[in-house]
Design a protein around this ligand. Structure first.
Ligand code: ADP
Ligand code: MG
Length: 240
């Protein structure tokens, strides 16, 4: 479980998160939507300890992410994160990209790492691309490789930050299908997304961020059917 309690976060004088309270239960899929600059990405980077926070607490399975005593490397192994821009190593094959962290971080042997990598590449539909270099993949395939790479670490949580935003429209579907497959398997996921059909059809709850505040959170039927906050209403009417 991920518990976010009264979290404030600033970059210098700029207050980016202004008292976020949010609990994501195991097996839950949360979609996070909101305008640019509302703090969505910052929240994800705070959850896995990439960014410090100013006050409040974030607990992952009861471990306080920002406590001095917390072993962040250990904690991060259970939190996979995939970003909008793919960052594969171009000189390594797809398989080598996926086995890298299990081998380097977990100290796994080559055979075991490759077995796990092939299992995850198969899950995202890329088994036949294992031997090629990332430069030969389409954007959608690269993004699925990034997901396989995160999954190869056997995370308990997955954070997705607009993973389809840089893709050509015809490639969005295959990546969303991969996210849906993970959701169906019971993965706990926080997905920052602009894909309203995904938010509506796949997530258990949808949160709306506005200027550093979580203005609204509700199950999709309620969220899209009867948004309460004026800013949510304005946001949704703009994208329809
Ligand atoms: P979102 O993902 O909702 O678009 P972000 O969390 O990326 O928003 O950013 C929230 C605000 O924080 C923006 O004004 C952004 O410019 C600022 N910001 C994000 N990261 C940094 C950083 N590393 N240093 C300074 N300002 C940042
Ligand atoms: Mg962002």
């Amino acid at each position: 479980m991920i518990e976010i309690k009264d979290v404030y976060k600033s970059f210098g004088a700029l207050e980016v998160l202004k008292g976020i309270n949010l609990t994501v239960k195991n097996g839950e899929v949360l979609s996070v939507i909101g305008g640019s600059g509302s703090g969505k990405s910052t929240l994800l980077t705070c959850i896995n300890g990439l960014e410090p926070i100013n006050s409040g607490t974030i607990l992952v399975d009861g471990t306080e992410v920002h406590a001095k005593s917390t072993d962040l490397n250990k904690l991060r192994r259970k939190i996979g994160i995939v970003f909008q821009q793919f960052n594969a190593f171009p000189h390594l094959t797809v398989l080598e990209n996926v086995t890298l962290a299990p081998r380097k971080v977990l100290g796994m042997g080559k055979a075991e790492a490759e077995e796990i990598a092939m299992k995850q590449l198969t899950a995202v539909g890329l088994a036949e691309k294992a031997a090629v270099y990332p430069g030969r993949l389409s954007g959608g395939q690269q993004q699925r490789m990034s997901i396989a790479r995160a999954l190869a670490m056997s995370p308990d949580y997955m954070l997705f930050d607009e993973v389809t935003s840089a893709l050509d429209p015809q490639l969005v579907g295959e990546v969303l299908d991969t996210l849906k497959m993970l959701a169906d398997k019971g993965m706990t996921m926080i997905c920052v997304t602009h894909e309203m059909s995904f938010a509506r059809d796949v997530s258990d709850r949808v949160a709306f961020f506005h200027k550093g505040i979580m203005a609204e959170i509700a199950p999709p039927a309620e969220f899209f059917g009867a948004p309460q906050h004026p800013e949510t209403q304005a946001f949704l009417s703009n994208i329809r």
